[in-house]
Design a protein around this ligand. Structure first.
Ligand SMILES: C[S@@+](CC[C@H](N)C(=O)[O-])C[C@H]1O[C@@H](n2cnc3c(N)ncnc32)[C@H](O)[C@@H]1O
Length: 139
């Protein structure tokens, strides 16, 4: 990758995250099916490619926030016709339910919690999305 290409990518990320001057963060206004989703849509496209290729039985997401990315992935699982999603957050928020999604309250770094969530499960294809960013960094 050339320095110019890297600069363009970095500028795009800055612009997408912070938004044009005076317009606020685009990132925090992004929604999936009317549910706030703190993602660049290009990343969601890559998620869709990975999910359809890997065909996971279980997706574990750390950091649910308002559930937009969980709902997006649940809809992709609906399309491939299999899979479930466990999403963990330290904060409780009202979130839209979906039959494939289980919202768990707690910390993704709590080993006992993670062990209890996975105990008794059969060997399966799992995909993990690490998105439990600290909020004070985000906003
Ligand atoms: C970037 S947001 C998640 C965005 C969400 N995945 C989406 O795309 O809409 C980060 C979330 O991580 C949560 N978080 C921070 N530390 C955590 C931890 N140790 N365990 C679980 N969640 C955590 C925050 O409460 C916040 O809701």
């Amino acid at each position: 990758m050339t320095l110019q290409e890297k600069t363009v990518i970095d500028k795009f990320h800055d612009l997408y995250y912070w938004g044009p001057e005076g317009e606020g963060q685009i990132f925090s206004r992004t929604k999936w099916m009317n549910v706030p989703c703190l993602k660049c849509p290009l990343d969601l496209w890559i998620y869709q490619e990975i999910i359809s290729e890997v065909q996971p039985d279980l997706i574990i997401e750390t950091g649910s926030y308002l559930g937009g990315s969980a709902l997006f992935m649940a809809h992709v699982l609906d399309i491939i016709g299999k899979g479930e999603l466990i999403t963990i957050d330290i904060q409780d928020h009202p979130r839209l339910g979906h039959p494939r999604v289980r919202y768990v309250s707690g910390s993704s770094t709590d080993e006992d919690l993670v062990k209890s969530l996975l105990s008794g499960r059969r060997p399966e294809m799992r995909m993990v999305i690490l998105d439990s960013t600290m909020q004070k960094i985000m906003f």
